[in-house]
Design a protein around this ligand. Structure first.
Ligand code: NAP
Length: 487
């Protein structure tokens, strides 16, 4: 393992100062690498937690799991803490680890070119850098999906995507329309239904919902965590184990765990929605967890609130004063929220990346994004991704995923540092065989049982890790050097 006393000549660029970029910066420093910059296009760190500030935002992974394993905190306010608290957590951890000298805000990397064994970076402001290793921590769900609905631009009220929430717009007493029924929309609806004059939820596809209470931690519980930090470590490991069970269920559509989960969702719908007609409109026609499972303490109650209306007629067009549905009805609105998700296949783009021998990322990903074990792309040496394509995503902690990936990457970096090789990336053969195995395994997953979701690529194949989480852990333990092309 790397010792901090040694002289490290390598220079790194980390792209993105979200959860994964902060992790990379802390871990590089801990390993004794101090020559690096973190490029962040925004003026603040935090990634998804900086961008998403919509009412009701929280992480539906318990906070004691959605924490860095090396920076567990006794201070979480709730089982699922609100987004602002998560943002403050990342800011505090970055401060505690003195990352400020490395952070370059307002610098969007627009080009990365591999020339003569080093990566040449250029930012939108014209700043240039030359580094040995690039760590792309650019996030998964980042580019808003703005629906192509006729008339949207002509809407006279306020309209915005959920990740671009306009806090200047008054909600109290307003007629608010929300398009979408994903995790985001469900959180928004639960948070604003009592404040607004009328809430119209435009549902294209019903969702299965798991009911989860969100209790606050009492002062004495937090005091106990402070006194006995081992409790936090145990809690983190216990939660991680529980989520591994879920991860095992979704990759085997026929597993008893999956059937149990479906039963839980069905019972939630039957027991919580009182009006049989509404219940049927909320009942999905596909299996639970085929789309990413929605976790909510209050969605069904919120949609049954007197202020709320569920609209299942398709949207015909947006008009200046509201939304016209296909039955001819005009739903008058003051505010229109597009909780319509993200372009999940964008990943690092539109950044231009050119690897060895002029190979561009656009060419390498002409069909669709792919990466060996989600971390490395053939022909792009010394360029590594955190939470890249085909990695584990689901209802579990992407922090744990990024930590495992980073430890794996550092083993490859160690080879660079000691001069075992100068350039390393996955071989084409290794990526092809990973892809073949991934496609085969995907057939058994719940995601392929007949629904539309952002997990699916343009062929309808899940673009995500189709095996149990334990397999990911095992793969990340140590790189198989025979799967790499080293020079
Ligand atoms: P999403 O799951 O992709 O949902 C988008 C919604 O918009 C869907 O209901 C979709 O309908 C609808 N939609 C899209 N285009 C439409 C159109 N043209 N007309 C009508 N409806 C349209 O997006 P999201 O809710 O933002 O969530 C994305 C992901 O972010 C989640 O899956 C999750 O991974 C993450 N997230 C996590 C949390 C958390 O607590 N951890 C919270 C929020 C988000 P269809 O279903 O018919 O396509």
């Amino acid at each position: 393992m790397i010792t901090p006393e040694k002289d490290h000549a390598l220079r790194f660029a980390i792209i993105g100062a979200g959860m994964a970029g902060i992790l990379a910066a802390i871990k590089l420093t801990a390993a004794g690498f101090t020559d690096f910059a973190v490029y962040e296009k925004a003026d603040r760190l935090g990634g998804t937690w900086r961008e998403n500030t919509y009412p009701g935002i929280s992480c539906d992974v318990p906070s004691h799991l959605y924490s860095y394993s090396f920076a567990l905190t006794p201070e979480w306010s709730r089982r699922y803490s609100p987004g602002a608290e998560i943002q403050a957590y990342f800011e505090r951890v970055a401060r505690d680890h003195d990352l400020a000298p490395h952070l370059r805000f307002g610098e969007e990397v627009i080009r990365c070119d591999f020339v003569d064994g080093r990566w040449h970076l250029e930012t939108a402001s014209g700043h240039r850098d030359e580094v040995d290793v690039v760590i792309a921590a650019t996030g998964v769900l980042h580019h808003p999906n703005i629906p192509d609905i006729e008339g949207l631009d002509g809407f006279e009220g306020a309209a915005f995507h959920s990740s671009r929430w306009d806090h200047e717009v008054a909600l109290d007493g307003a007629r608010v329309g929300v398009i979408g029924t994903g995790s985001t929309a469900v959180q928004i609806v639960g948070a604003i239904v009592e404040r607004v004059g009328k809430l119209s939820l435009f549902q294209r596809t019903a969702q299965w919902v798991v009911q989860q209470e969100n209790p606050a931690y009492a002062d004495d519980e937090r005091a106990e965590f402070r006194r006995t930090p081992a409790l936090l470590t145990d809690l983190h490991s216990d939660l991680s184990r529980q989520f591994s069970v879920f991860a095992r269920a979704v990759v085997d559509a026929d597993s008893p765990e999956m059937k149990m989960l479906e039963e839980v969702c069905r019972a939630n719908l039957e027991d919580t929605v009182r009006d049989p007609e509404l219940r049927e409109r909320l009942r999905p026609n596909y299996r639970a967890a085929c789309k990413r499972l929605v976790v909510s303490p209050n969605f069904y109650e919120a949609i049954q609130h007197p202020n709320a209306e569920l609209i299942t007629e398709g949207i015909e067009r947006v008009e200046p004063s509201g939304i016209r549905t296909r039955d001819g009805r005009l739903h008058e609105l003051d505010v229109l929220v597009l909780a319509t998700g993200f372009k999940a296949a964008a990943f690092m783009r539109p950044m231009g990346v050119t690897g060895r021998d002029g190979l561009t990322l656009e060419k390498a990903w002409a069909d669709r994004p792919s990466a060996y074990l989600s971390v490395t792309i053939p022909g792009f040496p010394n360029f590594f991704m955190l939470n890249g394509p085909n990695g584990p995503v689901g209802n579990f902690s992407l922090i744990e995923v990024a930590e495992l990936q980073f430890a794996y990457i550092m083993q490859l970096v160690e080879g660079l540092r000691i001069g075992e090789f100068d350039e390393i990336s996955a071989s084409t053969r290794a990526l092809e065989s990973f892809e073949a195995a991934r496609l085969e395994a995907a057939k058994k997953t719940i995601w392929m049982t007949g629904c539309r979701s952002w997990y699916l690529d343009d062929r309808g194949v899940p673009a995500v890790w189709p095996w149990p989480f334990e397999r990911f852990r095992a793969e990340m333990r140590e790189p198989k050097l025979e799967d790499f092309e080293a020079r």
